[in-house]
Design a protein around this ligand. Structure first.
Ligand code: SAM
Length: 244
């Protein structure tokens, strides 16, 4: 029997969470601390983007917690915190991690495309490197909008289509394979992390975010290589206050 697209995404990330094989040497507090240090060394722009300290006492949802480094920062900042991931593995890691540091969050396995939260519930929704992996990204974005309170903010990182990583992937899997007609879209879907990964131009990202007001998009360059599992390519990072 063929697996559904979402099941394939689930199975890919449930085998190893994002960065687990590369950066998590030990499953204890020291191991998680070391993974966190490496994450923010490689991707220092996460810190000003997430602005963890501004979420104290705010109702925050993180979608796609992965190994839980950002989630830990939200918990340390004193957010009223909720987190979901499609995989049991990511939720287990994040639960274990927070437990080791005496922190708490309302964690569950869940699907970005069908959030099990009421409408207008969160002050902030945060998601780093996740929604482009979900088969129906527009549905996931609509769900983010639905669960945000009036005046709430979404911070979302999705991959940027016209990037060094995209170029390298295309050179390797299209041009050097003698298939220069292969689309960038097809190359991302087959060769970047879980099956079906998408990447967006700035114009496409704007269209995805039409419901939101005051959309800000930036495209910082990643230091990461496209071949390494758990590393990422670069983002649109819209900050989206909700108008309703
Ligand atoms: C590239 S990892 C990013 C994890 C983490 N945010 C980070 O930056 O390390 C992608 C994560 O998105 C999760 N994911 C993919 N599709 C999802 C969906 N529909 N709902 C919730 N999580 C999803 C995967 O299970 C995986 O943990």
């Amino acid at each position: 029997m063929l697996k559904s697209d979402k099941q394939q995404v689930h199975d890919f990330w449930n085998e190893a969470a994002c960065g687990e094989n590369l950066y998590l040497q030990k499953i204890d507090s020291e191991g998680y601390r070391a993974q966190e240090a490496e994450r923010y060394r490689l991707e220092p722009f996460i810190l000003p983007f997430a602005d963890f300290s501004s979420t104290r006492s705010k109702k925050v949802l993180e979608i796609g917690v992965g190994l839980g480094a950002d989630h830990q920062r939200f918990a340390e900042a004193g957010a009223d915190l909720y987190g979901i991931d499609l995989t049991e593995r990511a939720v287990e890691h994040t639960r274990r991690r927070l437990g080791l540091f005496g922190l708490s969050s309302k964690l569950s396995v869940g699907d970005a495309e069908n959030l099990e939260f009421p409408s207008c519930f969160f002050d902030n929704v945060y998601s780093w490197g996740v929604l482009h992996h979900s088969p129906d990204t527009p549905k996931a974005i609509a769900e983010v909008y639905r669960v945000l309170k009036k005046g709430g903010t979404a911070k979302i990182m999705i991959y940027h289509k016209y990037s060094m990583v995209g170029l390298m992937l295309w050179l390797r899997y299209a041009l050097l394979k003698g298939r220069p007609w292969r689309s960038l879209r097809g190359v991302y879907a087959q060769h970047l992390e879980s099956p079906g990964t998408k990447a967006y131009s700035r114009a496409e990202a704007k269209r995805l975010l039409l419901q939101f007001s005051d959309v800000k998009i930036s495209t910082p360059q990643s230091p990461c290589s496209p071949r390494s599992r758990g590393q990422k390519e670069y983002p649109h990072r819209p900050s989206l206050p909700k108008p309703c």
